[in-house]
Ligand binder design. Structure first.
Ligand code: ADP
Ligand code: MG
Length: 476
């Protein structure tokens, strides 16, 4: 009845696919070839050493989990690496690299539950709450304030977070609720606050927990009749960070128990930090009494970062990874992926992977190809920023000039062309295009579009400009 290596690996892939972004899955898991299974040791072949390191650094928790689930507790993973820098007579050589064990735990992305045993939720709360237990904070050291780039999009949330970090439980921001769309930095900021508190107060018990994990622990506690231990455990925390509380929606019992924990902590001036994808007023399926508690403190939102902030985030990421990229590539990435930061980082990571796989330098061309492949068919829309940048580069004008009130002919023309492409290639309204083009109204934008269309019909040179620009904008 036992499965062979391919079947085992297929089963692992299924779970992995459900747990990570599709793009990451394609980049890091599709190229893996299962090689063999010797008793408990599964060997997988990866394309490069870089690949192996990346897997170990970012996905080892998940890998361990799924492999143990498939093969059993004694399971081990080994990598076979295809020789890099190989010439003609390529021979894949096999290096057995046992997955680093305990030591690598500290490098693991902490927002993944680390439960490898069969009996996953043996949580510390079996220890009665009286004793001060050493609680693992579950904080990911790389999600620090130092690594969190400040911008208009996060200024309030960041400074509120910083205030809380310096005086946990001692500000009016209790609870602090950070809300915003997916991939905008809620989890990162929540960790940053926890890390800073722990740094300043090593003795405080700080706990980061995803709301999903919290809910599962609670269900387990009910099953095992240990709800009291569960409650005690949470009530002795000094700083409780619960990520994605919107997940509690519709879960009455979980909300109930959380309500009690919340009250206890709040009364004792313990700090509570929550994140959510919506502001409290828009949370459906949440009990009123809980919502009103959420409003006691401060709700601060994170919005989509502007271009400069996106570039700064990429630069920071490159710096901390010890990677250098040409400015044009960084700008291009930041211009093109404007939905959220996680997606931008995903594109960045895929770019590194592509370059490493194909042993190519990261050029603008490679970046364009990659973005085409990974981003365009998902959510990519050329941004107005990007259109303006391309048009300005083409006519050798500054963006400030384009957005100014100047009536100079060549500037007016460039302005009208960028409005025209903004209308054609984005979903923005005339009014918002006007607003982003130096505060013009919708009628001006409409007029610009008509002028451009008319001119293109009569003026060959002008038509040529449009064609050139369109090519640049659609990356051909
Ligand atoms: P959310 O929890 O809102 O979905 P995350 O906190 O997981 O988003 O952020 C997604 C990614 O973007 C993370 O890798 C995070 O480090 C990064 N990120 C978000 N905001 C910033 C920022 N201001 N500076 C640097 N990195 C950021
Ligand atoms: Mg998150």
């Amino acid at each position: 009845m036992s499965k062979n290596h391919t079947e085992i690996w297929d089963a692992c892939l299924k779970v992995i696919k459900d747990n990570i972004a599709l793009q990451a899955y394609k980049t890091w898991f599709e190229p893996i070839i299962p090689v063999r299974l010797d008793s408990n040791i599964l060997t997988i072949q990866v394309p490069s050493h870089f690949f192996y390191e990346w897997l170990e650094e970012h996905y080892i928790t998940l890998l361990k989990k799924v492999i143990k689930k498939e093969i059993g507790h004694e399971a081990r993973l080994e990598y076979s690496i295809v020789m890099e820098n190989s010439d003609r007579n390529t021979k894949p050589y096999t290096v057995k690299l046992p997955t680093s064990d305990k030591n690598s735990l500290k490098n693991e992305p902490m927002n993944m539950p680390i439960n490898l045993g069969d009996n996953p939720i043996r949580n510390p709360f079996i220890i009665p709450g009286l004793k001060k237990v050493d609680v693992d904070s579950n904080l990911n050291p790389s999600y620090s304030f130092e690594n969190f780039v400040e911008g208009d999009c996060n200024r309030l949330a960041r400074s509120a977070g910083f205030a809380v970090a310096n005086k946990p439980g001692g500000t009016a921001f209790n609870p602090l609720l950070i809300y915003g769309g997916v991939g905008l930095g809620k989890t990162h900021l929540a960790h940053a606050i926890g890390i800073e508190i722990k740094k300043q107060n090593p003795n405080k018990t700080v706990l980061y927990v995803g709301s999903e994990k919290f809910a599962h622990q609670f269900i387990d506690a009910i099953k095992n009749q240990t709800t009291n231990d569960f409650i005690h455990f949470y009530q002795m925390i000094d700083v409780l960070i619960i990520d994605d509380v919107q997940f509690f929606a519709g879960k009455e019992k979980t909300q109930d128990v959380f309500f009690h924990i919340f009250n206890h902590l709040h009364q004792n001036n313990k700090q509570i930090i929550l994140t959510s994808d919506k502001p409290p007023v828009e949370m459906q399926g949440m009990e009123q009494r809980l919502l009103s508690r959420f409003k006691w403190g401060l709700s601060a939102d994170l919005t989509t970062p502007d271009l400069e902030t996106r570039i700064a985030i990429l630069q920071k990421k490159m710096y901390s990874n010890g990677i250098e990229l040409p400015d044009e590539v960084v700008e291009y990435l930041a211009y093109s992926v404007n939905t959220n930061i996680r997606e931008m980082e995903g594109a960045f990571t895929s770019l590194l992977a592509q370059a490493s796989l194909n042993k190519k330098a990261i050029t603008l061309d490679l970046a364009k190809q990659m973005i085409d492949k990974f981003v365009k068919n998902t959510a990519r829309e050329v941004s107005i920023d990007y259109i303006q940048k391309i048009v300005c580069d083409y006519f050798d004008l500054s963006i400030d000039m384009l957005k100014s009130k100047t009536r100079k002919r060549e500037v007016v023309q460039a302005r009208q062309i960028s409005m025209f492409f903004s209308k054609k290639m984005t979903k923005s309204s005339l009014a918002s295009i006007g607003a982003q083009c130096g505060g013009k109204d919708h009628a001006t934008v409409l007029h610009a579009c008509r002028t451009v269309i008319n001119l293109a019909e009569t003026d060959k040179q002008f038509k040529g400009y449009l064609e050139d620009l369109e090519k640049k904008l659609t990356l051909q």
